[in-house]
Design a protein around this ligand. Structure first.
Ligand SMILES: *Cc1c(COP(=O)(O)O)cnc(C)c1O
Length: 371
């Protein structure tokens, strides 16, 4: 982690102090409000629950501090992605999406943008710049792409896309602001599902858009206020609490993934491993150049669907579940959702369990597959 991010991590939980009056609670209060006391001239005050809420503002303040950008909170990661598309695109625009990224982003484009006259193309993340960016109004990248974990060069994509006149959006969900900083590499907007590691406790959905461009941020805020895709205060409160421990959880998760990836690669029951931190990974050099950490997701391929299911369901420290980034290690076979991966491909999300205990249980489950 850069010194800059270490300083942000250290100061995050102390940000509130500057605003406290003597006797105020140190922890963030949960403010449930649709109405505010508002006699006379309303300008400059909280007016209505769809426009403002002190609990979202507090979580946005933490996210803004981590992203070093304005951050706008949404009730889910898809809510944040939708806000970017609906606030910034118009009929006749063409956009570029990853063919191997989060599936629902493509479904949104196909089912809702295309009928409104916003056309889209898809390209694999591993060769994303090939073909150039001429004619695109917006270029959307996801690196590492979920679930296959291919990377693309953020700096190169941003500079080439900008030269072609496109806006660049990066989905940074798999990495969090502690693991990768797309805005520092030229992206105009970051979108993320805080449902994953930022909340971290598998009990709420949340998302945000971050940008350093005041016009883009005003458009996103305006869209949220008018469309009404506002986060609930209680969910914001939970994410605020999650963010306060994100650095310590993400550090453990990434450190464990770095320890476990080579051991998984060496296990006879494992056919292939994708992890950007593995020296043998095709994206390793790029990962070293553009990521602060190598992440907490590992892709592993077992011999068959049956072996993959037996591995997941037979491990005492793996929660079989979709989604990732929780404090418990979890895994699933992505082919069950139709992703273009091998039937025995498992996306393993490393959690916060002590590393050697976790390895003991993972190894025991893999050892049972022999033969
Ligand atoms: C989970 C996820 C999303 C969507 O987030 P939700 O909170 O489920 O709406 C978007 N992008 C990526 C990469 C994700 O993993």
């Amino acid at each position: 982690m850069s010194d800059n991010m270490a300083a942000r991590a250290a100061h995050l939980a102390h940000l509130r102090r500057a605003e406290l009056e003597k006797g105020d609670p140190v922890a963030l209060p949960l403010t449930l409000a649709s109405m505010y006391h508002l006699p006379g001239e309303p300008a400059g005050f909280n007016q209505y629950g769809r426009f403002a809420n002190p609990t979202w503002e507090a979580v946005e303040k933490l996210l803004a501090y981590l992203e070093d950008a304005d951050a706008v909170a949404f009730p889910s990661g898809m809510g944040a992605i939708s806000a970017v598309f609906y606030a910034l695109l118009k009929t006749g625009d063409r956009i570029l999406l990853p063919s191997d990224g989060y599936y629902t982003t493509r479904v949104l484009a196909e089912r809702f943008l295309a009928p409104m006259g916003v056309t889209f193309d898809i390209r694999p993340t591993g060769s994303f710049p090939e073909g150039g960016f001429d004619g695109y109004h917006l270029v959307f990248v996801e690196t590492p792409a979920n679930p296959g974990l291919d990377l693309c060069d953020l700096t190169a994509v941003c500079s080439q896309a900008h030269a072609a006149g496109a806006i660049v959006v990066a989905d940074n969900t798999t990495m969090t602001p502690f693991g990768q900083r797309p805005l520092d590499r030229g992206a105009d907007l970051v979108v993320a599902a805080d449902t994953k590691a930022p909340n971290g406790h598998s009990d709420t959905l949340f998302g945000h858009v971050a940008t350093r461009d005041p016009e883009l941020s005003a458009a996103i805020r305006d869209w949220r206020k008018i469309a009404g895709a506002i986060p609930g205060p209680f969910e914001a409160w939970l994410v605020h609490r999650g963010l306060e421990t994100l650095e310590v959880r993400f550090d453990r998760m990434c450190a464990s993934a770095e320890m476990l990836a080579p051991r998984l690669a060496a296990h006879p029951a494992v056919q292939a491993v994708r992890y950007p931190g593995l020296e043998s990974d095709p994206s390793h050099n790029l990962a070293r150049a553009q990521m602060e950490r190598f992440g907490s997701l590992i892709g592993l391929t077992l011999a068959s669907e049956a072996k993959a299911e037996a591995f997941i369901n037979g491990c005492a420290l793996i929660q079989p579940a979709t989604s990732f980034g929780g404090l418990h290690t979890s895994a699933e076979r992505r082919a069950r959702w139709g992703d273009a991966v091998a039937p025995g491909f498992v996306r393993l999300s490393i959690g916060c369990e002590p590393t050697e205990e976790l390895w003991r249980e993972i190894k025991a489950s893999l050892d049972k597959l022999a033969g």
